[in-house]
Design a binder for this molecule. Structure first.
Ligand code: ADP
Ligand code: MG
Length: 284
């Protein structure tokens, strides 16, 4: 009997997944019994699957606790990739500070705890920031991600206060390179760095626009390798997102190891690596 894999999605997708059909076709083409199931569909029996692969679970940030609980259930009933330990570590972007303390260059980040009194002016004054991005620590798809220049700090204070009343918030200086397409994502599948893509800038409610496949650079390779040493467990897939700093240096903006788009349409090599990674996960 062929092994069964489910690609885990969500009931109401905030946006379509361009790789979804391709992933289904690739896995089916390699003789697997493959389906697509939503983590928030309570009628699914996850024990039916040999492997559950987190993919477009793009609404999890609205209910992170339920999502982690679901991950624990799926990991108990089946196998979950990436693992629940990886999800727990990666879901809150305070992991960036851990990467920083390991010597990795990150986009400068201030983390503000939920419920505390915070002032954008105070945080930014202390750090010398006058053009910033305010966003939730648990987020995806640019949800509640806003930019405030110094002349908009009054609006920024209100936005921060409202957001921080409900959740942990992060502030970063706005990386100007992003406006000129200075954002890249390097993709790893089953230990192989397959390709990178470059992104056009994106804020709340914008669609995503990405380039064709680019070569992964040596520095991305090194960064990803070092970053993954901080992660509690192996990963089937990973994406290292970077932005260029003001001096052109590469800074980590995210290590995406829960549900990153893998931009498989852009790369035959990545398509093959994806299938191999799933097949080898099924062998264990
Ligand atoms: N510090 C920043 N400087 C410039 N642009 C930013 C910054 N933070 C976020 N953005 C923009 O917002 C998008 C979403 O933010 P990101 O940190 O990638 O969170 P997520 O992908 O989880 O929503 C980024 O891809 C980028 O276009
Ligand atoms: Mg992102």
């Amino acid at each position: 009997m062929s092994k069964s894999v489910t690609l885990v999605t969500c009931s109401v997708m905030p946006e379509p997944d361009p790789d979804q059909q391709l992933m289904l076709d690739l896995l089916e083409g390699s003789g697997l019994d493959v389906s697509l199931d939503a983590w928030d569909d309570e009628s699914v029996d996850w024990s039916r699957f040999d492997l559950c692969v987190l993919r477009s679970t793009w609404n999890y940030h609205a209910r992170p606790d339920s999502f982690i609980e679901w991950c624990e259930g799926a990991a108990g009933a089946s196998r979950l990739k990436n693992s629940v330990d990886v999800v727990r570590w990666n879901i809150h972007k305070a992991y960036l500070l851990e990467l920083e303390s390991e010597g990795l260059p990150i986009v400068p980040t201030a983390i503000l705890k939920r419920g505390d009194e915070h002032q954008l002016q105070a945080v930014c004054g202390e750090r010398g920031w006058n053009d910033v991005v305010v966003k939730p620590c648990v987020s995806a798809g640019s949800a509640n991600t806003r930019r405030f220049g110094i002349e908009q700090f009054d609006a920024g204070e209100l936005f921060l206060r409202e957001l921080a009343s409900e959740r942990d918030v992060m502030i970063q200086p706005f990386m100007k390179s992003v406006e000129a397409g200075g954002e890249r994502a390097a993709i790893m599948l089953g230990g192989e760095l397959t390709h990178a893509i470059e992104k056009a800038p994106r804020f709340h409610d914008d669609d995503e626009s990405v380039s064709e496949a680019k070569e992964v650079t040596g520095i991305e390779c090194e960064m990803l390798e070092s970053a993954l040493k901080c992660v509690p467990g192996d990963v089937l897939y990973a994406r290292l997102d970077t932005m260029k700093g003001d001096n052109g240096e590469l800074l980590i903006s995210e290590l995406e190891i829960i549900e990153p788009s893998l931009f498989l349409l852009q790369s035959d090599r990545a398509q093959r690596a994806f299938v191999r990674a799933i097949e080898s996960a099924l062998e264990f």
